[in-house]
Write a protein that binds this ligand. Structure first.
Ligand SMILES: Nc1ncnc2c1ncn2[C@@H]1O[C@H](COP(=O)(O)OP(=O)(O)OP(=O)(O)O)[C@@H](O)[C@H]1O
Ligand SMILES: [Mg+2]
Length: 236
């Protein structure tokens, strides 16, 4: 579960500050995808960065599985991020020299002492996830040998390596054509269901919204509307 409670985030802008996220509250439950929409510059990526605990908000709270991220020290916050949050960024950031499988297994090395048992478990998990995203036959390819859609699948699989309870995805379809974009959305909906993640998905692509469990709309950092699972207006 992830909950944002009255979150405000500002950035310095010359002599003053710009408000990227303005008193936003939202909650996403396991097994559901909440879409975040809004014009360019409306604060979608900023909101995701706060949800990922990558940026601390000026005010408000971020609760991940009932832990208040603001109350954690830097080490605890990075442990929480590694163990509980899977992030797929707007720009694909695969490492050029690694194979698809290595992009995933390297996640296991981050900030932990390796052991043979753990390495083996990581390799098994990587293979399972590559199968789940339909890339079982491409596990030994490097990013330049993969299509844009395949690279995005590796990105998604990598985000799920540590079995996170929260999945945060920023514009996964922006570089893809309609059909491949729809496949990526299908994949995110399916993995959210199978792995029971609480998923926030930033998207410009309005055609996919009817399939989401909830949709929120941002304008100038403010939540202007929010539609819940049963279609009612969930935002007051
Ligand atoms: N690191 C930063 N420093 C200063 N201003 C920033 C920073 N990051 C974002 N902003 C500003 O915050 C506002 C929200 O930006 P954000 O990237 O969250 O928008 P977005 O909705 O994701 O846009 P897009 O759809 O183009 O990706 C913008 O006005 C942007 O210029
Ligand atoms: Mg953005």
């Amino acid at each position: 579960m992830i909950q944002l409670d009255n979150v405000t985030l500002t950035f310095p802008d010359g002599d003053s500050r710009i408000t990227a996220v303005d008193h936003v509250s939202l909650i996403a439950h396991p097994g559901t995808v909440t879409a975040i929409t809004g014009p360019s510059g409306s604060g979608k990526s900023s909101l995701l960065a706060v949800a990922a605990t990558l940026i601390r908000p000026d005010s408000g709270r971020v609760l991940i599985d009932d832990l208040d991220a603001a109350r954690l020290d830097a080490k605890e916050a990075s442990d929480l991020r590694r163990d509980s949050v899977g992030i797929v960024f707007q720009q694909s950031n695969l490492l050029p020299s690694l194979t698809a499988r290595e992009q995933l297994t390297v996640m296991n090395e981050l900030g932990r002492r390796g052991s043979r048992g753990r390495r083996k478990a990581a390799a098994t998990r990587a293979d399972e996830l590559l199968d789940a995203v339909g890339l079982g036959d491409h596990r030994d390819k490097r990013p330049h040998q993969l299509s844009g859609g395949q690279r995005q699948r590796v990105n998604i699989a990598r985000a799920l390596m540590n079995d996170p309870s929260v999945m945060l995805v920023d514009e996964p379809t922006s570089a893809l054509d309609q059909e491949r974009g729809a496949q990526i959305i299908d994949l995110i909906l399916r993995l959210t269901d199978e792995l029971d993640t609480s998923t926030l998905l930033v998207t410009h692509d309005l055609v996919h919204l009817p399939r989401m469990h909830a949709v929120v709309h941002l304008v100038d950092g403010r939540l202007t509307s929010s539609v819940g699972e049963s279609g009612e207006l969930a935002f007051a």
